[in-house]
Design a protein around this ligand. Sequence first.
Ligand code: M6R
Length: 368
Amino acid sequence: EKGGHEYFMLKEIEEQPDALANTLRGHFEAGKIVLDEQRISEQDLRDVDKVFVVACGSAYHSGLVAKYAIEHWCRLPVEVELASEFRYRDPVLDRDTLVVAVSQSGETADTLEAVRHARAQKARVLAVCNTNGAQIPRESDAVLYTHAGPEIGVASTKAFLAQIAANYLVGLALAQARGTKYPDEVAREFAELEAMPAAVHKVLSTVDQVRDMGRKLADSKAVLFLGRHVGFPVALEGALKLKELAYMHAEGFAAGELKHGPIALIEEGLPVVVVMPSPKGRAMLHAKLVSNISEIQARGARTIVIAEEGDDRVRPFADELVEIPAVPTLLQPLVSTVPLQVLAAEIARTRGYDVDKPRNLAKSVTVE
Ligand code: M6R
């Protein structure tokens, strides 16, 4: 059932184009974004003045990615919170707050309690969930299902990409209701999302190259991940994958923080994975990251660079280079995450670990 693969995770990584296509299907009808079980009225969506995304683990990272898009498209403040922190705080919420609860399983205890906490304060809660009829969607005002299909590997892959797509649909629905985007702009953004399954398919052609790299990195003591803008949550996700699968010390940093501490960690031979923004789409950020990479390389880091195809400026600073297709900046996490998933899985496999069932972890965390 692993479809000829050594482990489920690799099969699920390869299913990501379908997970995205299935999640987007049916959500743009008659020129408008439509959500699933929409028990939040258009008027209520229009009145939203603040958004919280609450989630755990990879789902939390999907929320961090979405913050960049929702703020940009909707001109709304967006806070992304670990459910386990949100539920024990006294967040400022009211009926004009939209709380987006993201959960693959729909059963995560902390996320469920965060939903209850939000609803008790009259906030509207929209669940983004991969499991039909799970508890979190049952207790929410509205649901948007990700259609990634069942995810067997404990490490989230296709569900994570589908969560980003679904969060983006929520953002577009809000922008449409609030009028912060014209209908033709919403249509264009949706069309760009619809082009992503093909882009993800393309990035899958790097799997063998990245597996080779993973084998070479398997003896490392630690790996750092750097990114800026939407590349920052991708760095966090890459580090989480490596921790949970390869039991290796891994940290994701915002590249702009390097000089505020993390650069002290750089030593001869330390692998550092860098997620590059597009040289055309984000020229200024790109230049800053090139300068960050040159600094860490000068201190002996072994740089593994994920960059847009044709990015010649970064090439001299890349000890290893993985090319990803050129896509709109906000959508880049859908392609840049894929090599990081493969890298973590292959490092784990080389170290002799069970990629689908990492130690100490459960697929769904129904206790605190
Ligand atoms: O089912 P959920 O999306 O609520 O699960 C949240 C986290 O437990 C989950 O993403 C976890 O971090 C994964 N093992 C990450 O790969």
